[in-house]
Design a protein around this ligand. Structure first.
Ligand SMILES: Cc1cc2nc3c(=O)[nH]c(=O)nc-3n(C[C@H](O)[C@H](O)[C@H](O)COP(=O)(O)OP(=O)(O)OC[C@H]3O[C@@H](n4cnc5c(N)ncnc54)[C@H](O)[C@@H]3O)c2cc1C
Length: 504
């Protein structure tokens, strides 16, 4: 792994080393160091009564990936001894998606070598290659694609998100067109990148699109990035920071075109992508097209279940309990990871939907704990969101919620050298911080965010910038999902109901 912050994996550190690793992991706000909780760290105290809630004998987890696996481990670690079933529609054991748009595409690791640690020895019934197709809440039963059903006392929904596909199916089906969410996507794209493509098109300059562009440049492949918005990463970090990312891309030889969209992908006689037409009228010859248009929460299998599940995800409370369609909390169905929308007190109790590795881990552990503990002993998911990305040799790390802010100020370093911390603020308090190659300071800013410290921060800092004057963060309002709406029926409080209406 390149970079000054890289550590080598050591499966059996001595005591001194172990202590150092534990300290470093505790201090690392972006979970760059992952500890196996079963190896050397004392398990949390068992639930009251020396065991788990006695009425919980069957737990089903739908979604056998990061959040699902982490929840399963937590359940066993906290003493749950009943039946535990993991249902996953992919044929593979849980793997780490983070590596797919980084080390897999550049050939550092193969797609098959991305398995998450800890599958072996987990006492669970794995149902892989098996999609959940329905939920019967009344009878507490998950319906499976093969016609079988699994009963539960508690259910965890951890079905994540899917890559948004190119909207025109015939163009999406052309050979050489990829969206990256799954292991097979990355393996297929790696094959083409390794074969020295003539020109790669990346549609969308969010984190994944930008990482793919970075991989292309590392492999010396010519790449054009087409972004409809004003700058790369603008959707997540605001356009002010996005302009810094744009500079980074151009310095590394990316042909970056912002404020432009792709109108069409064209194929040759063998149905291979060969050309693209852009909204500014220009044409480009390309032989690989990567669709990086964000993700969709695919909750179709929950239609008719009565849960508050739509294209926005599945709403839940801070204890990870799912809301039903009326907004009333359920007590036996929990949600964790990318598919969840949960309220965060620091952000005005707004429902947050995060596609962050760290959030999936934190939320899964809280959900698992709450599934088997009495209500008085339940925990709230109050972790600060953290995210990281590696692109063009720079580690970008974020803590808090940048899109909640209206202003941003450089607080350490310099944007020119691409080594800085920017603090985000809203109405006079700090709400997020983003570091480019300066991640070591984020823990400090995390504490300021937790304390609702004043913005802009005025304390003395190491490596001060020439100016700390805030500028507009240029966060663009996210369009509300249009695909599903809710209507209200009934008049009397006893019969008043919300009904989901799909496809309006
Ligand atoms: C290419 C890529 C790079 C990333 N890089 C970073 C990064 O650098 N930093 C960071 O913080 N985050 C990163 N992420 C995000 C991170 O990987 C996710 O936040 C994390 O995977 C979420 O875990 P999850 O378990 O909630 O969802 P997922 O990992 O999406 O897992 C959900 C699982 O449920 C399965 N499923 C869906 N529907 C059903 C069904 N009906 N029945 C059965 N199974 C079903 C899915 O197939 C999938 O296997 C990246 C993501 C991608 C795709």
């Amino acid at each position: 792994m390149p970079g000054a912050e890289a550590l080598l994996y050591n499966g059996d550190p001595d005591d001194r080393q172990r202590e150092k690793v534990l300290q470093a992991a505790a201090a690392c706000p972006v979970r760059a160091i992952v500890l196996d909780p079963d190896a050397g760290v004392p398990a949390p105290r068992p639930a009251a009564g020396g065991g788990t809630s006695s009425s919980v004998e069957r737990i089903v987890i739908v979604g056998a990936s990061l959040a699902g696996l982490r929840a399963a481990h937590t359940l066993r670690r906290e003493g749950f001894r009943g039946s535990l079933t993991l249902i996953g529609d992919e044929p593979y054991e849980p793997y780490d998606r983070v590596a797919l748009s980084k080390h897999v595409l550049t050939g550092w690791v193969s797609a098959e070598s991305t398995a998450l640690p800890g599958n072996d020895g987990l006492d669970a019934d794995w149902q892989l290659g098996q999609a959940a197709t329905g939920l019967d809440r009344l009878n507490k039963r998950v319906q499976l694609g093969d016609g079988h059903a699994v009963d539960f006392d508690r259910l965890l929904i951890a079905t994540g998100v899917r890559a948004r596909q190119w909207p025109r199916p015939a163009e999406a089906a052309l050979e050489g067109v990829f969206a990256i969410r799954r292991r097979d996507d990355a393996a297929g794209l790696r094959k083409l990148l390794a074969a020295h493509p003539r020109h790669v098109l990346v549609i969308g300059a969010g984190f994944i699109g930008s990482e793919v562009a970075s991989d292309c440049r590392e492999l010396d492949a010519p790449v054009t990035v087409v972004e409809r918005g004003p700058a790369p990463l603008a959707g997540a970090l605001g356009a002010a920071m996005g302009h810094v990312a744009a500079g980074l891309q151009r310095e590394h030889g990316v042909d970056l075109r912002c404020g432009v969209s792709v109108d069409a992908l064209e194929g040759d006689a063998e149905d291979r992508v060969c050309r693209t037409r852009l909204s500014d009228g220009s044409m480009l010859d390309v032989d690989v097209a990567v669709v990086a248009l964000g993700a969709e929460r695919d909750v179709g299998w929950l239609q008719g279940s009565g849960l508050a599940a739509g294209h926005w995800g599945i709403a839940c409370d801070a204890g990870c309990r799912a809301f039903d369609v009326n907004g009333v909390v359920t007590d036996d169905i929990f949600v964790a990871g990318d598919v969840a929308r949960f309220p965060h007190p620091l952000y005005g109790y707004q429902l947050l939907a995060l596609e962050h590795w760290g959030n999936a881990v934190d939320q899964a552990e809280i959900a698992a704990h709450n599934m088997i503990n009495p209500s008085a002993e339940r925990w709230a998911h109050l972790a600060l969101p953290v995210f990281w990305s590696t692109q063009f040799g720079i580690e970008i790390k974020s803590i808090g919620v940048p899109t909640f802010a209206d202003e941003v100020a450089l607080v350490q370093g310099s944007a020119h050298t691409r080594r800085f911390v920017a603090a985000y603020g809203r109405q006079g308090r700090i709400t997020a911080a983003v570091a480019f190659d300066h991640g070591m300071w984020l823990e400090f800013y995390g504490r300021l965010i937790e304390q609702a410290a004043p913005f802009p921060p005025e304390f003395p800092v190491v490596d001060p910038p020439s100016s700390r004057r805030p500028v507009p963060a240029e966060i663009h309002e996210q369009a509300l999902p249009q695909q599903a709406t809710v209507v209200l029926t009934g008049h009397d409080p006893s019969e008043r109901r919300a009904v989901l209406v799909h496809g309006r």
